[in-house]
Design a protein around this ligand. Sequence first.
Ligand SMILES: [Zn+2]
Length: 267
Amino acid sequence: MIDTHCHLTFDKLHACVDQVLADADAVGVDRMISVGTTPADAARALALARRYPRVFATAGVHPHYAEPFVDRAGLQDALNEKLADPRCVALGEMGLDRHYPEPPMEAQRRVFAWQLELMMDPQSPAAHLPGIIHNREATDETLAMIREVGVPGERFVFHCFTGSADELDAILDLGARVSFTGIVTFGSARALAEASDRVPIDRLMIETDSPYLTPEPHRKVRPNEPKYVADVARFLAERRGLDLDLFVKQVDANANAFFNLPTSGNP
Ligand SMILES: [Zn+2]
């Protein structure tokens, strides 16, 4: 089973990464994608990916960290350097987040646009990579920016989806994949669980976004770890009335294809 989005570089997981990987393996979570949130964080994720064959990395700037990046060429060069590494499987996470007042939307939009441009730049390794979108309470703007730059919607996954059924439909209309974290298992998120039923199974992915968002029935456990992606899988398989093994086979096939992960020689 693949955890398609975690942050092994964040202190709580990084400090005990060998144990985190062993515990994941023990429950069948044998691969994970450690998502970069800045170029420096992506370098740490890549270091892990080079050390552990079951870990893959990505490179991007999360909207929360957008503000200091004011030099377009400097940022694009820094990202290209990471994206050129064969262990780097996607651009992102990148996008827009209106949940907090900071950083200003102007900075978020600037840095998101520079990253989207890379996906259309034949000189950039990002021209051949998928994109991971972080969108919180900014679905319309995010979709509009993607359309403006002209990147085909099928190249994106909207990670940690928490929006409404209408927002979900708009993302599906774009052609993007949709990924769910432990939030979908929360008793307080019934509408989200119902919305998840609308995602065609061949466009569905699962993730932990660990160290955050531990799924039920372990919600009180901190930090969240990749091993708990198994609980997201169990929850969604049950909702769909699907056998867990079949469900996992399908979402793993989706992730393998989307991120172009090697299918042979896995640990
Ligand atoms: Zn994340």
